[in-house]
Design a protein around this ligand. Structure first.
Ligand code: GLN
Length: 545
């Protein structure tokens, strides 16, 4: 256990989707605004070892960190709200914890002893929490799931023990719960909260602070009642009112006095919060001077959770341009040669995001063609970039049936292909892969360097030559066809420093057309909108119909 660090454990009750991730991120932001350093960790009760292979329909986006961890989307919130540098150790699942314990057992580290949930699993969980503290002032740990779930019990037992280990003045528990408003009775109901806290206390955890999700502010009487039944101070019951803009959450908490209360409970002395810049950003987001419409041509279109970071990055691009970004989700499976122009003509810019699997591929290629020919700003991300390359190959470079090996292993022109061997710039090791490799472990994951070419859209956006962006893909631009594609008009504006991997492609004589192999959306923040999103939105605004 790192000395000096303070710990906040955030749990949730009554039902899921109350916004525990956002609450944790907002608390982190508030503490940073007082000059404290924070880190945030998510403990997920599910058995999967990592969320990488989980279906985004069920689970939402897979967020990727610099060190290549495939994590829960809540880590995206944490990074967008704070300056915390997150990595592999900031997300542990039950699967990962058990995997570690079982590996230790196999290596004989328990000396033949009986391996049990308490103490072996709980010790491993406590160690996982300690791993991220690293001298940080405050470690915030969010426990996934809802109190009462069978799966989360070992985590709750571990955080209960943690207080005894770290000292009672160094640990607090914040419980996020729901206080519903019942229309027929015209009143809010505190019973679900009472039950949830009762459940928490029955496993030995007494919450210090309650964050109550409600539609409107809780009266003093209601707070008193909740305090009485839940054994907390009345001034430790906070209204976590619904807001229309997620970036308003820390401001609402601050107004309620949550920051002061946390500091008092943890016995921390810090300066008053500095929130002016953040407040100004929220103000700008609320009252944009203009608006722009962007078509997102993708597959998982009906579930915006699976493109969480992308949606946020587009919003940030809007903040940078004082514009409201309206998204038009277009299911690429419905696009045809005949309707593409009509469908996309409603939008000022076209974005083809990342994705896996062959469904809707041809529609995405059509969207890229439409944007190229009609000179509509185009942004292709990862799979979107690959679609743009295929489109140029087929329609400008005369490579009929060009494709990615992912969708057509027998294509005569595999312009996007599976690299069989390469030197990993992160580790310096020679890596190999083929179609039969293990699913989880074969992707290019995490941050890789990229060098940009002057006088390109990319360089004009970043205003620097050397950048680093995060990846999550298996297939790559095939250099065998580079020359022909460049001759046909494709501009290679960014490559790995050794020139082996093409990272950014563009078109000349176009207002803005760019495809990147990486995922810039993972690094965009409301206070520092990503340069590519900023420029894409700017170009789309100029194209406003
Ligand atoms: N399916 C493509 C690949 O694996 C693109 C992945 C993505 O868009 N993240 O290379």
């Amino acid at each position: 256990m790192a000395e000096n660090s303070k710990y906040i454990f955030v749990t949730g009750g009554v039902l899921s989707s109350l916004g525990k991730g956002l609450a944790s991120a907002a608390i982190g932001m508030l503490l940073e605004s007082r000059g404290l350093s924070v880190t945030i960790q998510k403990l997920d009760p599910y058995i999967n070892v990592d969320p990488g292979t989980m279906n985004p329909f069920q689970h939402g986006e897979v967020f990727v960190t610099d060190d290549g961890a495939e994590t829960d989307l809540d880590l995206g919130h944490y990074e967008r709200f704070t300056n915390a540098k997150l990595g592999k150790n900031n997300n542990f699942t039950t699967g990962k914890i058990y995997h570690q314990v079982i590996s230790k057992e196999r290596r004989g580290e328990y000396l033949g002893g009986t391996v049990q949930v308490i103490p072996h699993i709980t010790d491993e969980i406590k160690q996982a929490v300690s791993l991220v503290s690293n001298g940080t002032d405050v470690v915030i740990v969010e426990i996934g799931g809802t109190i009462g779930d069978i799966e989360s019990l070992p985590f709750l037992e571990a955080i209960r023990q943690f207080k005894a280990d770290a000292g009672s003045s160094n640990v607090i528990y914040i419980h996020l719960t729901l206080v519903p408003y019942i229309k027929t009775a015209c009143e809010v109901k505190t019973k679900p909260t009472q039950h949830s806290v009762k459940e928490l206390r029955s496993i030995g955890i007494q919450p210090d602070i309650l964050l109550c999700r409600t539609e409107s502010y809780l009266s003093q009487d209601i707070k008193k009642k909740i305090a009485l039944f839940c054994n907390v101070d009345t001034d430790a019951v906070f209204t976590a009112k619904d807001v229309d803009c997620i970036y308003d959450v820390p401001l609402v908490y601050n107004k309620e006095g949550l920051g002061d209360k946390i500091l008092k409970k943890l016995n921390i002395w810090a300066r008053a919060p500095r929130l002016d810049d953040w407040r100004e950003m929220v103000e700008r987001l609320r009252n944009p001077r203009q608006k722009v419409s962007i078509a997102i041509v993708g597959k998982y279109v009906d579930l915006t959770e699976s493109y969480k970071s992308l949606n946020e990055a587009l919003t940030h691009g809007g903040i940078a341009n004082d514009a409201k970004v309206e998204l038009q989700f277009v299911d690429s499976t419905t696009l045809t040669q005949d309707n593409v122009a009509e469908v996309l003509s409603q939008s000022d810019g076209v974005l083809v995001p990342g994705g896996f699997g062959s469904r809707g591929i041809e529609g995405k290629i059509l969207a890229a063609q439409y944007a190229r020919e009609k000179k509509v700003p185009f942004f292709g991300i990862c799979l979107g970039m690959q679609m743009a390359v295929i489109e140029v190959a087929r329609n400008l470079a005369g490579m009929e049936d060009a494709n990615s090996e992912e969708f057509d292993p027998y294509t005569p022109y595999p312009v996007i292909y599976l690299m069989k061997e390469w030197i990993d710039e992160q580790t310096g090791q020679v890596e190999k892969r083929d179609e039969s490799s293990d699913k989880g472990g074969t992707m290019r994951l995490g941050a890789y360097p990229c060098r940009l070419v002057p006088e390109t859209f990319a360089m004009n956006a970043y205003k620097t030559e050397d950048i680093s962006e995060r990846h999550r893909h298996r297939f790559e631009f095939n250099n065998e066809f580079k020359e022909r594609l460049v001759e046909a008009g494709l501009v290679i504006s960014g490559s790995s420093p050794d020139h082996d991997l093409v990272e950014v492609v563009e078109l000349k004589d176009h207002p803005w057309y760019l495809g990147c192999q990486f995922h810039p959306e993972f690094k965009s923040k409301p206070m520092t909108p990503h340069p590519l999103f900023r420029e894409f939105i700017r170009a789309s605004l100029k194209n406003r119909k």
